[in-house]
Design a protein around this ligand. Structure first.
Ligand code: GTP
Length: 597
């Protein structure tokens, strides 16, 4: 394809502002998919994505569009995820395209992820076309939102296109704007091949599929190519494009976006940001590589039924094949037996993986408290990266501990600002900035990541009735007075419940935890002390009183079936518990006990 007739772009938006709906409309309008084949949310291919309404894996589609000037253009859309956990995917795919549509819900306005995502686009030097969506809604206010885009983001929004992805209004104008305002890609056909590895994922039939953007040269079927980061060679078996279903072609030229397969077995063998070139006489200079995504949140996953450990291993192995950002290693816990310590990009990533294991592999899981990576500096000079509070060395040997910090940006209507500041303060936040854009405040806080990973987002949503939006990025490590808090149930330490806390907050957290556990653990035939401790010192204590519980007692002898039913029920209830010493702890206790309200 002639370079001048190509436009490559992505859509940036806050969650729910209509990115997927707009993408579907663009596809439909250009006849890329026949109407009767059109499913809602075509680009969100996974079930979980569909259910949760979030886009996880970046997807791409090639659209042919005959513009008002009579020429036919090839438009390549790369779909990017909208959630903060997947920021790395956003920034990587941005570098493969020249422009972005900035979609803002005109009944809502600019949100935290609008900002975060548009900054990625600006960093990648994109031309940006603002699109005001949902103009069919009565609350839509295009003038106000256009002004807000100019004030907060600092780009010209006078030519913003007014769209309803629902009714189809403004779709044609959007396509014209893509052709008119976005730059064509640059590249040299006669140069050695230089292609960017944009993304990769596992397909059961084709093996690993590699999404590429050709910078220079031509990628052809049957070619032998080199992945420059690790000098591996591969024979290209297939080349194709997404329309959005796969269509095989023979070659891809400069400026084009498509995929290749080369009998690659694992996603792990492909490095995002890598440069692909010819086996011989390839390019000398690789593209500036991207940083591989690093997991930042860790937790233990254990099967409720320990007999399912092997099934869990298989499930995790399979999921990891297709998700290079998910890490795991085997873990044994005194209380929970065999399981895995897993690393995730964030909490949503954790939830998605956990849901998939439970749903697709039918394994019930116990999830331990999410933790971040602490840097523990020992008195003897050794430095330990602590992924699991259970592995915390003896405090007397520890010199100091550093924890990861984040910069959090929160946008919130005025009315709720007080509650947001209070929440951030409670979570040991340091205020860095507070500005206004219309009736909304934008606050920037420096916060410890460990105060955010658990339930910060849920709390933020609840104190602001859902009106706040939130985004964060890691900033670095800082020393603080951190200690390990252990929990003892019936005098036995439950390693899966131990956590790192700030010394000043330990007592409060300990007390809350003991109270919660007292509610969550059913009474037994004996008295159960529940304690929180730092080192050998108990900082909080509750006692669960004894109960003589004979479920069959109220069945007045006679009815044997009824008796059996009750006993069966009791047994079934038991299955979801784990025994700790002599005590049964229900699986949901591990998560619920940690929630702060
Ligand atoms: P993520 O994939 O989670 O990032 O969300 P998204 O930005 O892709 O939003 P999506 O397209 O899923 O739209 C969110 C909701 O808004 C859906 O319920 C859509 O039906 C609705 N929606 C999208 N565009 C419009 C519009 O123009 N008008 C109205 N009334 N609703 C719309």
């Amino acid at each position: 394809t002639d370079l001048a007739k190509i436009r490559n772009f992505s859509i940036v938006a806050h969650i729910d502002h209509g990115k997927s709906t707009l993408a579907d409309r663009l596809i439909q309008e250009t006849g890329t998919v026949k109407d009767r084949d059109m499913k809602e949310q075509l680009l969100d291919s996974m079930d979980i994505e569909r259910e949760r309404g979030i886009t996880i894996k970046a997807n791409t589609v090639r659209i042919d569009y005959t513009a008002d000037d009579g020429d036919t253009y090839v438009l390549n859309l790369i779909d990017t995820p909208g959630h903060v956990d997947f920021a790395y995917e956003v920034s990587r795919s941005m570098r493969a395209v020249e422009g972005s549509l900035l979609v803002v819900d005109s009944s809502q306005g600019v949100e935290a992820q609008t900002l975060a995502n548009v900054y990625h686009a600006m960093e990648a030097d994109h031309e940006i076309v603002p699109v005001l969506n949902k103009i069919d809604l009565p609350a839509s206010d295009c003038d106000r939102v256009a002004e807000q885009i100019e004030d907060v983001i600092g780009i010209d929004a006078s030519g913003a296109i007014q769209v309803s992805a629902k009714t189809g209004q403004g779709i044609r104008e959007t396509l014209e704007a893509i052709v008119q305002h976005l730059p064509a890609p640059k590249g040299t056909r006669d140069a050695p091949l230089k292609a960017m590895l944009v993304d990769s994922w596992y397909d059961a039939y084709l093996g690993v599929i590699v999404l590429v953007r050709i910078m220079d040269g031509v990628l052809k079927k049957g070619m032998r190519v080199k992945f420059m980061s690790n000098d591996t060679l591969h024979n290209v078996d297939r080349i194709g494009v997404f329309r959005p279903e796969m269509q095989m072609i023979d070659s891809l030229g400069p400026g084009e976006i498509g995929f290749l397969t080369a009998s690659i077995k694992q996603v792990r063998d492909t490095r995002v940001g890598d440069t692909i070139t010819n086996d011989r006489n390839g390019t000398e200079v690789a593209l500036p590589g991207f940083k591989p995504a690093q997991p930042v949140v860790f937790c233990g996953l254990f099967p409720v039924d320990s007999a399912e450990f092997e099934d869990l291993r298989e499930a995790i192995d399979k999921l990891a094949l297709n998700d290079a950002s998910f890490s795991f290693e085997m873990e044994t816990s005194a209380a929970l037996g065999f399981g895995f310590r897993c690393g995730f990009l964030g909490l949503l990533h954790l939830e998605v993986i956990r849901d998939r294991i439970e749903r697709e592999y039918n394994i019930e899981l116990i999830t331990t408290a999410p933790s971040v990576i602490y840097h523990v500096f020992m008195k003897d000079g050794e430095k330990i990266d602590l992924h699991n509070p259970a592995d915390m060395p003896d405090m007397s040997k520890v010199d100091h501990i550093q924890e990861p910090r984040i910069k959090a940006t929160i946008l919130v209507p005025d009315d709720y600002l007080g509650d947001v500041l209070k929440l951030c303060q409670e979570r040991r936040g340091l205020q860095e900035d507070l500005t206004y854009a219309g009736s909304r405040a934008m606050v920037v806080y420096d916060l410890p990541l460990n105060e955010v990973v658990f339930d910060f987002y849920d709390r933020l949503k609840s104190v602001t009735k859902g009106y706040a939006s939130f985004d964060y990025q890691m900033t670095g490590y800082r020393e603080d007075a951190l200690v390990k808090m252990s929990v003892l149930v019936n005098d036995e330490p439950v390693d899966a419940l131990s956590m790192m806390v700030h010394r000043d907050r330990a007592e409060m957290r300990g007390r809350a935890m003991c109270e919660k556990l007292k509610e969550l653990i059913p009474r037994h035939m004996f008295k159960i002390p529940i304690q929180a401790a730092i080192g050998g010192k108990v900082i909080a204590r509750e006692t669960l009183s004894a109960l003589r519980k004979d479920v069959t007692a109220k069945c007045y002898g006679g009815d044997a079936t009824r008796k059996r039913k009750l006993l069966d029920k009791q047994k079934a209830g038991k299955k979801k518990m784990r025994q700790f010493g002599k005590v049964d702890i229900p699986q949901e206790a591990f998560i619920s006990a940690l929630k702060m309200d």
